[in-house]
Write a protein that binds this ligand. Structure first.
Ligand code: UDP
Ligand code: MG
Length: 330
């Protein structure tokens, strides 16, 4: 069996060689009789990542790489890798060693038992209290809104069978939320837990705003329940307002006109304006997504690819450049 390891890399020059060494050493001792390819996807890094990849590819014939023309984000990089992977099973792994390469064996074993998806679930050891708490509540909220279940701690670190890879890469939507997509394709899946590791070098590419955006996409790109929630909220407010109006009419009839009402009025006006804005924003999120989908742009653009050709020993395999990409020769 050929196992592809897909590794999206964005500015990972500090850790790549180390990652490759660990992966290679692990595969050397525990290949389980399978052959491997290591498919790195350079997501438009601005540091020396591409140079490191070229060097790795020259040294190790199992290394292939793709380089995207700019930073398209991890989702796009992962998709590029999944589409290019040739393996009978594909493992997606981060370059920062937060996904221990040693777990590969475990994943392949579970896959051999007939699972199409083997998900590695990390513990939250080493994460801040706040991050853990927000993540927990986020998953609880999201699962209420989504048709598919996503699990706290399960990320992109997983093994996919060939048919699962084909299923994921055939989905053409450009707003990709892979946690959801992986769950959406179905197939027999199993999960195992591993101890969380902190990033070995470099820094995380996530900032708080990015996480919030990602969270919103997670809900909005998956179904239309937020629209339904807006409808419900609107109905509740309408009912509340009608009740309040009746109460005012009644109290005028019983007690006569009481003039003050400035505070109530202002509160009601501003609160309703806020609610309207939120609802318009929810609709806007969907319209924005439709706009993106309608353009039908590809999720990424390739700049350079490298696939080792069987070459005589001692000569470095020549890089294969994608057509129509003059920058690639630089
Ligand atoms: N990554 C990527 N493109 C991006 C951001 C990240 O390919 O725009 C890669 C990154 O190189 C790493 C993986 O995605 O291999 C996970 O990124 P990171 O470690 O920053 O995320 P975290 O582990 O903090 O969730
Ligand atoms: Mg990381």
């Amino acid at each position: 069996m050929l196992i592809s390891v897909v590794v999206p890399c964005y500015n990972e020059q500090a850790v790549l060689a180390h990652f490759h060494r660990r992966l290679r050493d692990h595969v050397a001792t525990a290949s389980g009789g399978h052959s491997h390819e290591f498919l790195f996807v350079d997501d438009g890094s601005t540091d020396g990542t591409l140079a490191v990849l070229r060097r790795l590819a020259a040294d190790d014939t199992r290394v292939r790489f793709l380089s995207l023309s700019r930073n398209f984000g991890k989702e796009a990089a992962m998709l590029a890798g999944l589409r290019a992977a040739a393996g009978d099973a594909v493992v997606v792994m981060d370059a920062d060693l937060q996904h221990p390469p040693e777990l590969l064996t475990r994943m392949v074993e579970l896959h051999a038992q007939g699972y199409d998806q083997v998900l590695a679930r990390r513990t939250r050891t080493g994460d801040g209290m706040l991050r853990t708490l927000t993540a927990r509540s986020y998953y609880r909220l999201v699962n209420r809104f989504m048709d598919v279940e996503i699990v706290d701690g399960v990320g992109d670190f997983r093994l996919l069978s060939r048919r699962a890879v084909d299923a994921v890469s055939s989905l053409t939507e450009s707003n990709r939320f892979s946690k959801g997509l992986f769950a959406w394709i179905g197939f027999p899946s199993t999960t195992f837990t591993y101890e969380n590791a902190v990033r070995e070098h470099g820094t995380s590419k996530w900032r708080l705003s990015g996480l919030v955006d990602y969270g919103v996409s997670g809900v909005v790109s998956f179904n239309t329940r937020p629209l339904r929630a807006a409808l419900h909220l609107g109905l509740v407010l309408l009912l509340g307002a009608t009740g309040y109006a009746l109460w005012i009419v009644l109290s005028v009839l019983v007690r006569g006109v009481v003039t003050p009402g400035y505070a109530t009025l202002l509160t009601a006006v501003t609160a309703l304006a806020g609610v309207h804005m939120v609802m318009i924003a929810v609709v806007g999120e969907y319209v924005g997504r439709i706009f993106h989908e309608v353009k039908g742009r590809p999720p990424y653009v390739l700049k350079e690819t490298h696939t080792p050709c069987p070459s005589p020993p001692g000569t470095a395999p020549a890089p294969v450049l994608s057509p129509g990409a003059p920058e690639a020769t630089r």
